[in-house]
Design a protein around this ligand. Structure first.
Ligand code: GTP
Ligand code: MG
Length: 223
């Protein structure tokens, strides 16, 4: 079903896109990595975290959003990101690239470490305004994603599901995946009701995501 547009809705959408463009035209800097709870930094800015199974494209999405190809390290090998990596976007928002979960070949110690540090961060971080929960659009929601969603729902942490790697999908299959995922989200209290579709490779959905994240950033300082 397509939403009817009105001049007011069109103007609001254009303003949101412009806010996203302005925010993400600002410089994005790597700040710090955290390997344990004691290393978690404390900044006076809201945070948006990128979570999801290993290899879904979290680091690539951070790079696509910020227009920097090598800001966050990406890899063909699942399990590339092992630490929580914090980036500051123009003194207005912190982006947090998280290690992936569900990486079958990681050692038990690694998995336990992910669980403790990342789950702890996701559930207990006062400044965390939104979790972008990335799902590979070819695979859809897996048991491990549902478990993380259960935890976010329980902790009342707002999350936005993002179907990634859209360039790898045919239009019909992608539309079915969007519908199926949307149905699963309808019953979840902390989920944003609509999922976004992105391709870090082709730039699909990047402007919409920038617009959504701009609504969470510190307002620009008065000139
Ligand atoms: N075709 C395509 N490939 C993508 C896209 N996004 C990421 N990839 C590829 O998917 C692989 C994994 O990407 P990463 O961004 O490292 O994934 P990640 O979720 O950060 O992985 P971990 O840090 O290991 O959890 C890389 O080979 C990327 O080039 C996309 O939108 N389209
Ligand atoms: Mg990564």
């Amino acid at each position: 079903m397509t939403e009817k547009s009105s001049p007011a809705a069109d103007a609001a959408e254009a303003a949101a896109l412009e806010a996203g463009r302005l925010l993400f035209s600002r410089e994005c800097l790597f700040l710090v990595s955290a390997a344990d709870e004691k290393q978690l930094p404390s900044f006076a800015l809201s945070e948006v975290a990128f979570a999801g199974r290993s290899n879904v494209g979290k680091s690539s999405l951070v790079n696509a959003l910020t227009g920097r190809k090598t800001l966050a390290r990406t890899s063909n090998t699942p399990g590339r990101t092992r630490l929580l990596n914090f980036f500051e976007l123009g003194e207005r928002l912190i982006l947090v690239d998280l290690p992936g979960y569900g990486y079958a070949r990681a050692s038990k110690t690694d998995i336990a470490q992910w669980s403790k540090l990342t789950r702890g961060y996701l559930k207990g971080r006062a400044q965390l305004r939104r979790v972008c929960l990335l799902i590979d659009s070819r695979h859809g929601l897996k048991a491990s994603d549902k478990q993380v969603m259960d935890e976010l729902d329980l902790a009342a942490v707002s999350y936005q599901v993002i179907l990634t790697k859209a360039d790898k999908m045919k239009a019909g299959a992608l539309a079915r995946m969007v519908e199926e995922t949307g149905k699963a989200l309808a019953k979840r209290p902390a989920a944003h009701p609509d999922c976004l579709v992105t391709s870090a490779e082709k730039g699909t959905g990047i402007d919409s995501l920038r617009a959504a994240l701009a609504a969470l950033a510190e307002p620009p300082a008065a000139e």
